[in-house]
Design a protein. Structure first.
Ligand code: SAH
Length: 395
């Protein structure tokens, strides 16, 4: 097996069981590891640290499969990991809430770079790293064996693949002649899914619990759902007897599905309006028109995938939160999120606090939100805690 010998003192993160080794920590590579192949990570004195997937181009040069020197990385290894992930979903009771949920959450399930989401009887496979590319066919076979399902659709089209030197890849990975458009349920609501064209793997599964929170709080309120996508929050607000719901998104396709979803669930279409546009501009327009709302949801896309973009992203978060506070009526509720890995919960709260200050509004946090249980956070991989949200009530 090829070996990577680390520079002195650069084994600290591995000793804390963090699964990444950056290129700068590498003293030398022995042997000729192939892209995605398995290598041993050794301390300068030759002591075993971990067994990992090699990534020749990425800044993250290796991602750990196992810290156990006796564990072989083979099909059996992956079978155990997949079984374990399935078991955790059963134990955390995700399965009863929806037939769409994340089965494997990459590093947080001990499988760096691998995302597998289940939508009814179809799995969606997303490989983000060379290691997952290397093992793709094995992983696909094992996933079918362990779930008893037949269909896997690949959505390996996330931008981060470029950092690994990988192009985009989508299409049927296993099974044939199955529908890529169908309906899933989340709690008692149904949503249309388009596996081939939807964002991420089709649906924002991580917001499941938070959508229910919105439902509980929306009765008799005029709700503005910013970055609404196919209506995850909008439908829950309608189901919670909101007085009106305005869904804003820049994607016409997403809004069309949102409209279909309102009809599919027999929710009152006369209380719902779609508006296509840029949230940054529309919030300004609403401010200039002195419009106001009783509840505003801000669920923007990732502004800061990494810490490097945190400053620019902070300004964007502050901008929309400030405008939202200005549009909130007294006792109005702001439900605000960040899914940026580069912005932690503490920083996000500071941004929201400074937005309220500059808007001249006093508000209190009455709820902290995070990603649902099918997106677990491994304690040795704090980066896995990417979604954070606050519920604030203004005075
Ligand atoms: N709240 C949604 C998920 C939101 S994902 C749910 O629960 O399912 C982010 C959405 O923001 C995407 O639908 C994307 O089309 C939209 N978007 C991205 N930038 C935007 C912008 N500047 N203005 C409006 N919508 C935007």
């Amino acid at each position: 097996m090829s070996k990577i010998i680390l520079k002195p003192g650069r084994d600290k993160s591995l000793l804390r069981r963090h699964p990444w080794i950056f290129s700068g920590a590498v003293e030398r590579v022995e042997g000729e590891p192939v892209s995605g192949g398995t290598v041993d990570l050794l301390a300068p004195n030759g002591g075993f640290l971990a067994r990992a997937a090699y990534s020749p181009i990425s800044q993250i040069r290796a991602r750990v499969w196992t810290f156990d020197p006796d564990e072989i990385v083979d099909a059996n290894f992956f079978r155990k990991k997949i079984r374990d992930s399935i078991k955790i979903r059963q134990m955390s009771k995700v399965e009863g809430q929806s037939n769409a949920y994340r089965l494997i959450h990459a590093e947080s399930d001990g499988l760096p770079g691998l995302i597998v989401d289940r939508y009814g009887d179809t799995l969606v496979f997303q490989s983000l790293t060379t290691g997952c590319e290397f093992w793709k066919e094995t992983l696909a076979d094992l996933l079918l064996e362990e779930t008893g399902l037949k269909n896997i659709y690949e959505r390996s089209d996330a931008d981060v693949r470029e950092l690994e030197g990988l192009g985009s890849k989508t299409g049927i990975l296993r099974g044939e002649n199955y529908d890529l458009r169908f309906t899933i349920y989340e709690h008692d609501l149904q949503f249309r899914i388009d596996l081939a064209r939807g964002h991420k793997t089709g649906f924002y599964l991580d917001q499941r619990d938070n959508r229910l929170r919105v439902r509980e709080l929306s009765k008799d309120r005029d709700v503005l759902d910013c970055f609404s996508y196919t209506g995850g929050f909008s439908l829950n607000a309608l189901a919670g007897a909101a007085k009106s719901v305005l869904s804003v998104d820049s994607s016409a396709d997403a809004l069309e599905l949102c409209k279909q979803n309102v009809a599919l669930n027999n929710l009152p279409a006369d209380r719902h309006t779609n508006l296509e546009g840029d949230v940054f501009q529309l919030l300004r327009k609403f401010r200039d028109e002195a419009r106001s709302f009783d509840m505003i949801i801000l669920d923007p896309p990732k502004f800061a995938p990494t810490v490097a973009q945190a400053e620019k992203a902070s300004r964007a978060y502050k901008d929309i939160n400030l405008l939202a506070f200005k549009l909130l009526r007294p006792n109005g509720i702001l439900v605000t999120f960040s899914c940026s890995g580069g912005i932690d919960a503490g920083l996000f709260q500071k941004i929201v606090a400074s937005a309220a200050l500059d808007a001249g509004v006093d508000a209190r946090i009455v709820g902290h939100m995070a990603q649902a249980a099918d997106h677990p956070i491994a304690l040795n991989f704090p980066e896995g805690a990417y979604l954070k949200g606050l519920i604030c009530i203004r005075n």
